[in-house]
Design a protein around this ligand. Structure first.
Ligand code: ADP
Ligand code: MG
Length: 470
């Protein structure tokens, strides 16, 4: 189909221009509604997506189109009601493109805690996929391993053991692997279960004296996924049974994927031989996502729910809700609930008020802070605290004076805006007396260099960061 071919070309052009995370969030589902001599009409799923694309990517999209279609002068973005027609869309899986076949099966989706049933492979919960998992530096390794395993079950890393604190995406990745394998290899049997559920299953089987049947069921699996194995603690018999199943599957080159809340070595209440089995393949941990990743996650979740979250609110939430991703989603859900009640778009001050009530504490450098921190609302808060810390008027920081006493605080403020708030160089330049992109870039790099050798200054920067909970 001509249109699909065109779409693919345009998206490939765009993919090289736009940050991968943004690309995955905003261009996952687009269509071509119409192309004529000079106007290119792009379809998106919602007004939310339209507004975002228009505000953020209009120029880049147009440029990407013009690469191959030089006569086009204008880009129009509209909501395409037909977009769910499967022949009309392509989904992006971050590497290449695949034809989207998921869309029709929404009805069959089960609660995400249900095991992916082995008999009804298609009944998998599709809410968690590898495509809608946002990758940042703290979960990159776990994600890559998950991808590798789903591409080549049983042949790359076996078992794959993923561990980390609660709410950081373990279940999401595990189910994502299951869904991906089902999609890629129709014939493979995938089982997702939690250790808890498995224990119940086993205990019931023992009671009913049909352990052999249970064993048989698991033996026939191609990809066995077991979530939260820490719950196997003290269940010696169940552990023993699992150990045997693992051996059978492993010897048969069947894939095993496991998650736990800590590293296998630290699961001291588990049988040593089971623990060491967990370590045979690859062990990867998931850490807390950094600011940039949190921001991308909240944008992705908002997009999934087709909810328009103002950029400053998204940034605020991402900067302040740092503990776990589930909390991040909780805050978003609250905003949506409130919006549905009052039809009011969330505002910065409203959300700040709410977070204060929940007294979210900010955690930097892995330390948990007991007291609620001051929360950053905008760049002004950063400049304020830099100004207070160094005892220099705000005007001095924002101005042009090139004396060292002004330069350093200025660079610190720019650096924090860039690295912690993810502001663009342009945006920072505008705040600082209209400096240009290159000047800001230079300042940030300069400071970064200084911080490498000047531990006192590094310490001061950290104090400022802690003070505002960045
Ligand atoms: P865990 O199993 O580690 O406790 P979950 O997988 O249940 O955590 O994640 C909690 C919520 O956060 C889920 O809704 C999940 O989709 C979301 N989440 C966590 N990490 C990410 C990520 N990197 N990208 C997108 N969503 C994420
Ligand atoms: Mg979980």
């Amino acid at each position: 189909m001509e249109k699909l071919y065109t779409l693919k070309t345009v998206l490939s052009n765009l993919a090289s221009e736009i940050k991968k995370q943004d690309f995955l969030v905003y261009f996952r589902k687009v269509s071509i509604v119409d192309i004529n001599e000079t106007v290119f009409t792009l379809g998106v799923v919602s007004t939310f997506m339209r507004d975002n694309l228009e505000a953020r990517f209009q120029q880049q999209i147009l440029a990407a189109i013009q690469k191959d279609y030089p006569t086009i002068e204008k880009l129009e973005i509209i909501v395409d009601k037909e977009i769910d027609n499967p022949s009309n869309i392509y989904s992006i899986d971050g590497v290449g493109f695949y034809k989207d076949t998921n869309k029709k099966s929404k009805k069959g989706v089960t609660n995400h805690n249900d095991p992916i049933s082995m008999e009804q492979k298609t009944n998998a919960n599709e809410r968690y996929s590898l495509q809608n998992f946002i990758v940042g530096s703290d979960n990159q390794l776990a994600f890559s391993a998950a991808e590798a395993v789903s591409r080549n079950p049983g042949k790359s890393y076996n078992p794959l053991y993923i561990y980390g604190d609660v709410g950081l995406g373990k279940t999401h990745l595990l189910q994502g692997i299951g869904n991906e394998v089902i999609k890629k290899f129709r014939e493979k049997r995938v089982a997702y279960t939690t250790a808890d559920k498995y224990i119940t299953e086993y205990v019931t089987a023992v009671k009913k004296r049909n352990v052999e049947r249970l064993r048989q069921k698991y033996r026939d699996i191609d990809v066995l996924i077991i979530d939260d194995v820490q719950f196997l603690a003290k269940k010696e018999q169940t552990q023993n049974e699992l150990y045997n199943i693992f051996n059978l599957l492993y010897d048969d080159s069947k894939q095993i994927v496991i998650s736990g809340d800590r590293a296998p070595k630290e699961l001291t209440e588990l049988e040593p031989r089971l623990r060491s089995r967990f370590e045979w393949g690859i062990t990867v941990d998931i850490g807390r996502p950094d600011y940039e990743t949190r921001l991308a996650i909240i944008q992705e979740k908002a997009r999934e729910k087709e909810f328009l979250i103002p950029q400053d609110v998204a940034e605020f939430v991402a900067a302040n809700v740092t503990e776990n991703v589930r909390e991040l989603e909780g805050v978003l859900n609250q905003m949506i609930a409130e919006y549905e009640l009052t039809s009011m778009t969330p505002t910065l001050s409203g959300v700040a008020e709410k977070l204060k009530k929940l007294s979210y504490t900010t955690d930097i450098l892995g330390q948990t802070k007991k007291q609620p921190k001051t929360m950053i609302r905008s760049y002004e808060d950063i400049i304020d605290s830099v100004s207070k810390h160094f005892g220099i008027e705000k005007e001095g920081i924002l101005g042009e004076n090139r004396k060292k006493e002004f330069m350093i605080p200025r660079q610190v403020a720019m650096y924090l805006l860039k690295t912690k708030m993810n502001y663009t160089y342009e945006r920072i330049g505008n705040i600082f007396s209209g400096r240009n992109h290159a000047a800001v870039l230079y300042s940030c790099n300069k400071l970064e260099k200084i911080l490498k050798s000047d531990k006192t200054l590094l310490n001061e920067v950290n104090v400022i960061r802690e003070g505002i909970g960045l």
